[in-house]
Design a binder for this molecule. Structure first.
Ligand SMILES: C[S@@+](CC[C@H](N)C(=O)[O-])C[C@H]1O[C@@H](n2cnc3c(N)ncnc32)[C@H](O)[C@@H]1O
Length: 276
């Protein structure tokens, strides 16, 4: 699939447009580039590179297409039933008076707000003890997240996504196609920029949810991202990754599988150093 012209294109994107293409796998990059090529009527990578060099609007359109920010409320509802069980276990643990959750690569905030709504909704969970941190590499995504207001495009039914909870109207103010997250739900959530490849690990989290990012990431970086996440969990803390994602072989020993299908893991007690 890759050829010299493709490599030249990718180098242009990396060096001139300053997008870290090396973090992503070639098939992902190729899909994004090919989709822009179809839109602009370019048939070869070389032709498209010419268009790209000459047209700043196309440069912006390509960068937009490359940033993977698809998300939703309660995405993959079966996984959220699993997350509910984990939250209940964490809420039961009376050694700690707080449940600390990190939604890593949270895009525009729908995932951390889903976590907060779930905590408010479940009678076995005291939402007042739950603290959720949402992080992403993208500042524009975080800006939307902090605003907590979502416009419904024609192709997405936000009400349907939220109906994972029977009475979601308690947590969201609906006005036509605009959904505003209610204050009690936003109060549990804070947002911060964090780059899972280059920034330091965090510490002491009871649960890290990091879904639908690894599928796009080159293996080399996937490992360092998962190591950052593993170090951010307290021993015995839980990890949820995307349904199509896997833990790299050399980090498998750091986790016990709790639900293979839903990709729920628990961090072992042992030290992570020396696992390589
Ligand atoms: C497909 S979205 C996943 C959103 C959410 N977790 C979900 O499953 O619905 C992937 C997110 O990863 C973010 N991202 C890409 N590279 C990243 C990095 N190095 N560190 C942190 N976030 C990153 C993107 O900005 C995007 O918002």
């Amino acid at each position: 699939m890759t050829d010299g012209a493709f490599d030249e294109l990718v180098t242009f994107v990396e060096e001139e447009l300053r997008f870290a293409t090396s973090h992503y796998n070639d098939s992902y990059l190729d899909r994004r580039v090919s989709s822009r090529m179809r839109r602009t009527g370019n048939e070869t990578y070389a032709e498209y590179l010419e268009t790209l060099r000459a047209d700043p609007d196309e440069q912006e359109a390509l960068l937009d297409a490359m940033s993977i920010n698809v998300t939703g409320f309660f995405r993959n509802p079966d996984v959220w039933s699993g997350i509910r069980s984990v939250l209940r276990l964490l809420a039961e643990n009376d050694e700690s008076d707080e449940v600390r959750i990190w939604s890593a690569a949270c895009a525009d905030g729908r995932e951390p707000y889903s976590l907060s709504m779930l905590a408010h909704d479940d009678p076995e969970i005291d939402a007042a003890t739950v603290r959720i941190l949402g992080t992403d590499i993208s500042e524009p995504a975080l800006e939307t997240a902090r605003g907590g207001v979502y416009e419904e495009p024609r192709t997405v039914d936000i009400g349907d996504q939220l109906s994972f909870l029977d009475h979601y109207q308690q947590y969201v103010e609906e006005d036509g196609r605009t959904y505003r997250i209610a204050d009690p739900v936003t109060r549990n959530v804070t947002f911060q920029r964090h780059d899972l490849i280059n920034d330091d690990p965090k510490s002491g989290f009871d649960l890290v949810v990091c879904r639908n990012l690894f599928i796009y990431i080159d293996n080399e970086y996937k490992q360092s991202m998962l190591r950052t996440i593993a170090q951010s969990l307290r021993p015995g803390g839980y990890l949820v990754i995307g349904k199509a994602e896997t833990i790299p072989p050399n980090l498998k020993s750091a986790f016990t599988v709790r639900d293979a299908r839903l990709r729920i893991y628990q961090r072992d007690q042992k030290d992570l150093n020396g696992d390589d």
